[in-house]
Write a protein that binds this ligand. Structure first.
Ligand SMILES: Nc1ncnc2c1ncn2[C@@H]1O[C@H](COP(=O)(O)OP(=O)(O)OP(=O)(O)O)[C@@H](O)[C@H]1O
Length: 260
């Protein structure tokens, strides 16, 4: 059975059918890209999976358990974590303290304000930082880090509740090509080594084609195609949707074909 099963998922805003009855599945150890032109319904889908938005119809099951109707925090506790388009950390805290705050939260102790983060599970926080290559910078304040390193810390924070499913909203936005590849290679390693399932949205087609195991493609709220990168690259409906949008899909597809 797949880890995540989405069936008939729908959401309207006024007269706009933002997501129109989509079905997809995601297995443990799989990196699934959610792509589509602007306004296709990617963020709306994401926000429904982590409980920030309530769907109008359909179901979202994690290991067979229904997530629809649960609050974001309950969904997080069931093992669904998230990173954001613009990574944010507590700038005044050190790298390791940021991860310790996440561990406090995972341990239900965030509101024990008399318990300083610096005293909480430092070794575990350092282990999480080691996984993302940030252990050596553990005691630096987050405010002095390069953006690529902030993204790594964000990933360590997202791993603090030992998620089964990680949702990544445009993980490489605002990053230079080299940083992008490093972050995605790191993500791929977590997927392979920990059996993590990742669902990510991404505008950069080179990232999608290089790292996704599978893709789902939305256009105007409908799921128009799903499959392996090679299948999607040549899919006539996908070509049609991207044609003329100013995105680099055709160029990247041609380059990827030439390299194959
Ligand atoms: N809170 C909202 N209120 C009204 N309409 C919304 C709201 N959120 C999204 N929409 C509409 O729903 C549709 C899907 O939007 P969504 O943000 O999910 O697309 P997207 O694929 O994430 O786009 P982008 O790539 O630009 O981020 C769009 O037509 C959008 O204008």
């Amino acid at each position: 059975m797949s880890l995540l099963q989405v069936k008939g998922l729908g959401k309207s805003f006024g007269g706009v059918r933002a997501v129109d009855g989509i079905d997809f599945e995601l297995a443990a150890g799989e990196l699934l890209a959610l792509i589509g032109p602007n306004g296709a319904g990617k963020s709306t889908t994401f926000n429904m999976v982590n409980g920030q938005l309530r769907c109008d119809s359909g179901s979202i099951r994690l290991e067979g358990r229904e997530l629809v109707g649960l609050r974001p925090r309950a969904i997080w506790r069931m093992g669904v974590s998230r990173t954001f388009q613009i990574a944010e950390t507590f700038a005044s805290l050190t790298v390791v303290e940021n991860v310790q705050m996440a561990l406090l939260s995972a341990d239900h102790k965030l509101y024990s304000l008399w318990r300083p983060a610096a005293a909480h599970r430092r070794d575990d926080a350092l282990r999480l930082l080691a996984q993302v290559g940030m252990a050596e910078q553990a005691d630096r304040p987050c405010s002095v880090l390069a953006y690529g390193d902030v993204k790594r810390v964000e990933l360590a924070i997202a791993m603090a509740n030992e998620p089964k499913l990680l949702l990544m909203d445009e993980p490489t936005a605002g990053m230079a090509p080299r940083e992008r590849n490093e972050l995605m290679a790191l993500t791929k390693r977590l997927v392979v080594e920990r059996g993590l399932a990742v669902l990510f949205t991404e505008h950069s087609m080179d990232v999608v084609f290089a790292y996704a195991d599978r893709l789902i493609v939305l256009a105007r709220g409908r799921l128009i195609a799903q499959g392996r990168p090679a299948e999607i690259r040549d899919h006539p409906k996908v070509q049609e949707v991207y044609f003329g949008t100013g995105k680099t899909f055709e160029k990247v597809a041609a380059a990827t074909k030439a390299a194959a």
